[in-house]
Design a protein around this ligand. Structure first.
Ligand SMILES: *Cc1c(COP(=O)(O)O)cnc(C)c1O
Length: 401
């Protein structure tokens, strides 16, 4: 099976993990600290905190930004469940705003209308690795005096108008889950230029204990500690950092390979009717190409998205589903007053699938996937259907330098 994602692990990562194991220091220590320094420097951010997962990073970011009981956080339904779960963990509630049909990013033009007296933060997701319109979102956040916290689980290595994702919002979360652009097995990071957010998040990351480098490892003190609040066990281990250090050294090369594969998909999919690639945002940006999500023109097909996916699987291809929109989940359904306000996300859900995209894929894999998809869509074409051709579609996501 060709999966939608597969981590790229080389001899360097394996050697570094072995060296870490032999060093005897497995949990948070010198490698974790070096990873944080190297990540902060890669991003150009003042602080980068390693944590146990992207979910943990988002939880800490919200808490450190002052989100708590009674608050509301404006976010997208087109995301992994943890984006909204962590809002609930703080005691706040998510307010879902619809996405743009072409990019599946939060529709910035609809955000202001969702802000009320309880809103404390905006939490956009850079879907598939394509940055949201951060100038628009930042202006809205500034006008209302609320935080901009970015879920950049897909967007490590991306940039917006020349600035790295991770240096723009008040705090930015990255995920190092094995499917993501950089992996540490499991893990995540919180990037911020705010000393205040960094201090609070660092404390909450480890039981609410105020920590500094000396008390963390190799310190000269007697080992006393002081608990300031009920924090979490979200620390980042040296074993994770061992993988991460070597991944970070290869990140730009891995992302370049993703970009080349995505470009090949776009070239080949141009000629395939009844499927659309996502649209390229009009502002200057660098896309991280975490996902190769496409949308089926289901009205031109006799098959549902699930049936197309089942047929792809029969061809040895296992697409991903990003995502089942949160307002359709049992937990969140009762929290959405007007599901009609999320019609774009609901409509997209019937169309989306994510084609295999990972650095170790071969060029021929892309051709194999496109050919299999084209064959299925041809066989499942609705007679007298309304299939668009590439030429009918405006602003296809085919241009990326
Ligand atoms: C992967 C992902 C997360 C969660 O990251 P973990 O490291 O798995 O906790 C959150 N949001 C989005 C959009 C993701 O894709």
């Amino acid at each position: 099976m060709l999966p939608y994602a597969r981590p790229s692990i080389g001899d360097d990562e394996i050697a570094e993990v072995e060296a870490c194991l032999r060093s005897g220091w497995l949990t948070t220590g010198p490698r974790a600290m070096r990873f944080e320094e190297e990540l902060a420097s890669y991003l150009g951010a003042r602080h980068a905190l390693g944590v146990s997962s992207g979910t943990a990073a988002l939880h800490l970011a919200l808490l450190a930004a002052g989100v708590g009981p009674g608050a509301e956080v404006v976010t997208t339904p087109m995301t992994w469940v943890s984006t909204a779960n962590v809002i609930l963990h703080t005691g706040a509630r998510p307010v879902f705003v619809d996405v743009e049909p072409g990019t599946l990013n939060l529709d910035a033009t609809r955000v202001a209308a969702a802000i009320g007296p309880r809103t404390r933060a905006l939490l956009p997701v850079h879907f598939a690795g394509q940055p949201c319109d951060l100038d628009a979102l930042r202006d809205i956040a500034a006008a209302h005096g609320i935080a901009l916290i970015e879920d950049a689980a897909h967007a490590l290595g991306a940039s917006y108008k020349g600035r790295a994702i991770g240096t723009i919002g008040d705090a930015t979360m990255f995920s190092f889950h094995p499917a993501k652009n950089l992996t540490t097995g499991e893990g995540g990071a919180l990037a911020t230029d705010s000393d205040e957010i960094a201090v609070r998040a660092r404390r909450l990351r480890f039981h609410g204990i105020e920590q500094n480098a000396e008390s963390r490892f190799g310190g000269r003190g007697a080992g006393a500690y002081d608990v300031l609040e009920a924090g979490f066990k979200y620390n980042f281990t040296d074993l994770q950092a061992a993988i991460g250090l070597r991944q970070l050294a290869r990140l730009d090369a891995m992302n370049a390979r993703r970009r080349a594969l995505a470009a090949s998909y776009h070239r080949q999919l141009q000629a395939v009717p009844r499927v659309r690639t996502l649209v390229t945002a009009p502002y200057e940006h660098v896309h991280a190409w975490h996902l190769m999500t496409v949308q089926l023109e289901v009205e031109a097909l006799t098959a549902t998205r699930d049936e197309v996916v089942a047929e792809l699987r029969e061809n040895g291809i296992a697409p991903g589903l990003h995502f089942v929109p949160l307002h359709l989940q049992t937990l969140y359904r009762p929290m959405v007053a007007d599901p009609g306000s999320l019609a774009v996300a609901t409509d997209a859900y019937a169309r989306i699938l994510s084609l295999p995209l990972f650095p170790d894929m071969k060029d021929e894999d892309v051709t194999m996937v496109v050919d299999a998809l084209a064959k299925i869509l041809r066989r499942r074409a609705r007679a007298g259907g309304v299939a668009a051709t590439a030429a009918d579609r405006p602003a296809e996501g085919g241009t990326h330098a």
